[in-house]
Design a protein around this ligand. Structure first.
Ligand SMILES: [Zn+2]
Length: 161
């Protein structure tokens, strides 16, 4: 009649994920009762197979409230390189990172037909990986990373006046 702890945990993760949380590991506080916390906002969810009368089997602020808005990361990839921007929750840019093709030499801009230039697909993979590293550094949820498809011109190196 009552739900298993595994079932309760699964339901708790479903509803907290729906609210934007990124939940950490479960801690079994005592038999039949576990808690875990959001890695971003630290809100808690608790599940118990033996709720007190008039109590609930899944509770905690993480099932009732949405995760705090941690901002987002936008990246744009062109054949010339990529630009990654970290945005605040209000949309202002707090950090920007530019890598040119070839990215490991970020001060130089290679010609597109240079034999060691990377393809745009290779650049996209690198941009995504770097964006994910920046998301961890800035406590931004990975689902808040977006690629912008607008065509921007990456300038730099000797092309600047
Ligand atoms: Zn959260």
């Amino acid at each position: 009649m009552s739900k298993s702890l595994i079932q309760l945990k699964r339901e708790a993760i479903e509803s907290t994920t729906f609210r934007g949380h990124d939940m950490g590991e479960w801690n079994d506080v005592y038999k039949g009762t576990s808690v875990c916390h959001c890695k971003v906002c630290n809100m808690q969810v608790a599940v118990t197979t033996n709720p007190a009368p008039n109590d609930i089997d899944i509770g905690g602020e993480a099932v009732a409230l949405g995760c705090i808005d941690q901002g987002s990361i936008l990246y744009t990839v062109t054949a010339k390189g990529y630009v990654i921007s970290v945005l605040d929750s209000d949309g202002s840019v707090t950090e920007s990172y530019t890598a040119y093709n070839h990215p490991h030499d970020s001060g130089q801009q290679l010609l597109i037909d240079d034999p060691i230039a990377l393809t745009i697909d290779q650049l996209r993979v690198m941009a995504k990986a770097t964006a994910e590293d920046m998301a961890i550094e800035y406590d931004i949820l990975l689902k808040n990373i977006h690629e912008e498809s607008i065509d921007i011109i990456v300038t730099g190196g000797n092309d600047n006046e």
